[in-house]
Design a protein around this ligand. Sequence first.
Ligand code: HEC
Ligand code: HEC
Length: 300
Amino acid sequence: MRRILKYLAITAGALVALLAVGVAGLYAWSGAELARKAPIPRHAFTAPADSAAVARGEHLVRAIGKCGDCHGADFGGDTLINDPAMGFIYASNLTRGAGGIAASYDDAGWERAIRHGLAHDGRRLLVMPSNEYQFLSDEDVGQIIAYLKTLPRVDRDRPPTAVGPLARALYAAGAFPMFPAKFVVHAEDRVAPVPPDSTEAYGKYLGDVGCTGCHGAGYGGGAIPGGPPDWPKPANLTPTGLGQYTQETFIRALREGVKPDGSKIDPFMPVGATRLMTDVEIVAVYKYLRTLPAKPFGSR
Ligand code: HEC
Ligand code: HEC
């Protein structure tokens, strides 16, 4: 008996030691990943500054990019993830106020942050969805920057970020897209504008920027990778999921947050933003979704 106990104690001790080495290794490796800087694309970028560009930029920010969903309704910064296992991740204050980042960004810097997911010093931004924003055209990203530069100052300090053990482990396992910059094609080529008409092509453009982050690149829906288990699962927007929808009920869903049968869509679906989309934009997205191959729910 004593021998077995001794054996068990040694095994348990070895396991604890192994675990400690594993955790230390995970922290060392992910710490280096967090500190790693990407080569900064050095191309020039100049944003427009006229009032039409600012107004269109505001529409793009509020209705399509939905920046305020993470950065706060006043763009002064907000907590995105606050969980002992996942850590503390904070979406920066984008204004010129105290604690804001605007002063460290010129036009090219804003463009790199938005479309490439890189901070002004080359650090890869955490969960900032540039994997979607990389598809914004030069014209649209320019107008977004034009608007951001006019934001009223908000004084709000950013609490220090801390990436938790589960987030690190999931990242190591390839199950948490911690650095969207890894999924960006950092090419010099600029994104050509798509004419803003109610066409499938414009629908694809708007959807790539504004819907795929939640509904999946193939629109099959299902749990958002890295999201906590209590987040509702975005719906399947391929013809399999949108079967009962007509153009009219689709417009109503995006404006009022109700399904064709009259039931409420979970408020995780950002109807506060989609309700600001124009008819042309909503119809374009609807037409595009209708062209997609049918996929099962959860295939993303
Ligand atoms: C899903 C949430 C989310 C959305 C939506 C989002 N961001 Fe971010 N963004 C973040 C987070 C989180 C950070 C901070 C990342 C970090 O600390 O590494 C960030 C950082 C940034 C930065 C760099 C700030 C700094 O600290 O240097 C800029 C610029 C930025 N976002 C602009 C935008 C714009 C413009 C939009 C809309 C087109 C947008 N973001 C939408 C989450 C988001
Ligand atoms: C922040 C994440 C998020 C974004 C961005 C988002 N959605 Fe959703 N959406 C959801 C979730 C979650 C649901 C499922 C809600 C439910 O089950 O009630 C949903 C449901 C829907 C539904 C209702 C489907 C049904 O079951 O009847 C439609 C339609 C829809 N989304 C369209 C869109 C379109 C179009 C876009 C882009 C313009 C978009 N969504 C962007 C999260 C999102």
